[in-house]
Design a protein around this ligand. Structure first.
Ligand code: C2E
Ligand code: MG
Ligand code: MG
Length: 515
């Protein structure tokens, strides 16, 4: 009770006669009269409803609406408390990151409502395994975090993780269908792995991806000894998994120029990934990880669909026809349904297959040339162009390639780089062009960076080129601008970087006599 200006306030919880709790606000004012006798006015107010509303608001701000579990904000609070307590009592805290395996499949096949049911049930199952003093929180999506305070040995944490996995994989009946959910758990420990909540959470998240990488339905402890590379790979994998839904990918397009006319006749679609709050990551660094983890399938689908849609959009915008080149990774090329996928996307986007060129590296083709033949045939029958990428870096012979219905060879930029300084590279490029022409194949030179390289390629009859000399890869709008303003040829003033256009080819003729 506190006394202020003659008024007394009290806010207390009482139990009513019928046993129900009630919140009461009491206000008492002292009336000081002339006599020494004191009088009081006492107002007793039932504020149970207001109190309930307040509590509901506090709960809503700190709990997840779907599962009723604490949310990330409350979790961080509880984790900080658990750390403080462990510090006082010289014990440890375990942070467990729990993520359902293949949850996307459930959502995709049974719908989001069913997905929600699974999340709620999993939330119950996780919470059931815990002591009163532990915290289970929903981090978002199908990710849960558990904080176990006052731990003294790792063995106890292992036992809890094992029990948790056992509970998660109990069958669940959903829309008449029995599903068997499994989870991947990553664990970090205070104070061994970190002493602050955020680093502990991040370490548990990283360890969780190690469980995923091992096929799921398992737990892994964060290991500080994990090499930096492995850590980077794991983090990247985690980030890659979320990149599609977070719309962090973008396709850039690098113009391809016809050497005879100087006109832009095609573009190569090149994937760009800019994770939120991080610098751009090169496809050379993340495509191999996407391949290893199978993430290349959804990413590759997105690339193909986006490039096809872009080709159609340019056509509708009245731009001159452009062949859009799309890179296929080795793993995409092995997909059973590649031909159907391309056919479906061509149909859905309305793109013209004659202006779609699929680029497959020489190495990918040579992994299984027998299997490649029918795939190439079916794609060619649809009218799709086929290009062998990075030619010269693998072990194929031109005579072998004769069996494939391909349209062009792209000479790897490592050869083009040195054509004007290295006699061997110059000889290789010359003979590749001559032999390719004898087989009616078009030759595209990659990575042309200067006028001398361009002059050499032109002299030896190379058909098309791409490279920083004309333009690096740019967003779709920049291509549109280049083409619409120049009506098919590219004026130098619009070059995105340096002298970077087909106009620049003409300019180089004038200034350097290169063409
Ligand atoms: P690539 O298919 O051989 O693509 C050509 C690469 O050379 C691109 O690098 C391009 O930016 C770069 N380049 C072009 N002109 C020059 C030049 O004049 N000088 C130099 N130094 N480089 C030049 P980027 O975009 O980093 O892509 C690297 C590789 O990643 C690609 O090689 C391709 O194998 C792969 N990639 C890119 N996008 C995709 C994609 O959507 N799917 C798949 N599966 N792979 C992709
Ligand atoms: Mg390519
Ligand atoms: Mg290439």
């Amino acid at each position: 009770m506190l006394r202020r200006r003659g008024r007394v306030f009290a806010r207390e919880r009482y139990i009513r006669k019928d046993g129900l709790p009630v919140w009461i606000n009491v206000t008492a004012s002292t009336l000081l009269g002339a006599s020494a006798e004191r009088r009081y006015i006492v107002v007793v107010e039932d504020i149970s409803r207001r109190k309930q509303a307040e509590e509901k608001l506090i709960r809503m701000a700190s709990h997840d609406a779907l599962t009723g579990l604490p949310n990330r904000m409350l979790l961080e609070d509880r984790l900080a408390q658990a750390i403080a307590q462990a510090h006082r009592t010289q014990t440890q805290v375990a942070v467990m990151f729990v993520d359902l395996d293949r949850f996307k499949n459930i959502n995709d096949s049974l719908g989001h409502d069913a997905g929600d049911e699974v999340i709620v049930e999993i939330g119950h199952r996780i919470a059931r395994n815990l002591r009163e003093s532990d915290t289970a929180a929903r981090q978002g999506g199908d990710e849960f975090v558990v904080v176990l305070g006052g731990m003294t040995q790792e063995g106890d944490v292992r036992a809890i993780a094992q029990k948790m996995l056992g509970t998660l994989c109990q069958p669940m009946l959903l829309r008449g269908q029995e599903i068997f959910p499994t989870g991947s758990i990553g664990i970090s420990m205070y104070p061994r792995d970190a002493v602050d909540p955020l680093t502990l959470l991040k370490s548990a998240d990283t360890a969780m991806y190690l469980s995923k990488a091992e096929g799921g339905n398992t737990y892994r402890f964060f290991v500080d000894r994990m090499g930096i590379d492995a850590m980077d790979t794991l983090r990247m994998e985690g980030a890659l998994r979320r990149a599609l839904e977070r719309r962090e990918f973008q396709l850039y397009y690098q113009p391809q120029v016809d050497m005879a006319t100087g006109a832009v006749v095609g573009v190569e679609a090149l994937l760009r990934w800019k994770p939120h709050n991080s610098p751009m990551i090169s496809p050379a660094d993340f495509i191999p990880i996407a391949e290893q983890t199978g993430l290349i399938a959804p990413i590759g689908d997105w690339v193909l669909a986006t490039a096809c849609a872009q080709q159609r959009a340019w056509h509708l915008a009245g731009l001159p026809p452009l062949t859009v080149g799309v890179n296929l990774s080795a793993r995409q090329f092995q997909r059973q349904d590649l031909v159907e996928l391309v056919a479906r996307l061509v149909h859905e986007t309305g793109c013209d297959p004659h202006y779609l060129a699929l680029e497959i590296t020489e190495t990918a083709v040579m992994e299984n040339p027998q299997a490649a033949v029918p795939i190439f045939r079916q794609l060619a029958e649809m009218g799709v162009q086929l290009a062998i990428d990075d030619f010269g870096t693998g072990y194929s012979s031109l005579s072998y390639l004769k069996r494939f219905p391909i349209d062009s060879l792209k000479i790897d930029r490592s050869f083009v780089n040195d054509i004007t300084t290295d006699a061997d590279d110059a000889a290789i490029v010359r003979s590749v062009i001559a032999l390719a022409h004898s087989m009616q194949l078009k030759v595209v030179a990659e990575g042309v960076e200067d006028a001398l390289q361009l002059a050499f390629l032109r002299e030896h009859g190379c058909d098309q080129m791409q490279g920083f000399y004309v333009s690096e890869a740019v967003p779709a709008e920049a291509i549109e601008k280049l083409l619409s303003e120049a009506q098919g040829t590219v004026p130098a003033r619009d070059c995105p970087r340096g002298c970077s256009s087909a106009g620049a080819l003409e300019k180089s003729t004038a200034t350097q006599g290169a063409l």
